[in-house]
Design a protein. Sequence first.
Length: 204
Amino acid sequence: MTSDATTRHSPRAELGDARPVLVIIRGPGRGRTCALAPNAPVTLGKSEAAGMHLPYSGVSREHARVTFVPGSGLRVEDLDSTNGTFIETRPVDAGGAFAESGARLVLGSETEIVLRVYRPEELQLLEAALAAADALAQLTEREREVAYAVADGLTSAKIAKQLFISPRTVTTHLDRIYVRLDLPSRAALTRLVIEARGVMPDQL
């Protein structure tokens, strides 16, 4: 497994070369990120013009506005949304409230977002891991099982035994995986799976 790409830092700490980033941790957009510039407001909502486009259930066109304020955290304002904006379970109004790094920002019925602060190399690892996970999501459930088994170092014969299929079927699945993901070999597939495992569900 790769190193943890999501080391957490307090927004009250000196930023240095680190960047504040919003990360969706629950909902259909899980894993998506939005980098923030200090003191630059960003609108969250279904509108395609929103700084962070959230075309999800229960989210209003212009749902909320967030601003990263160095030394204070994330200032959150509700923009008269239909279903409200919450920091954890605390409702936020137009007057705004501050959220610490790691606090859940809840919009609509299924979208939860948190603020993280990443160094450039950490953010690069996170984005690469999410891209790899997106690629693997193109596979069928059985193809993913084969891909994960390959990454664990199993031979085709052992994969066949583990999944109760024939070695020939394993080869067929691998051929389809290579075509679908444009990969040349088992080694390349292994690297992709390991990269995707760089961010586990509880690390987002």
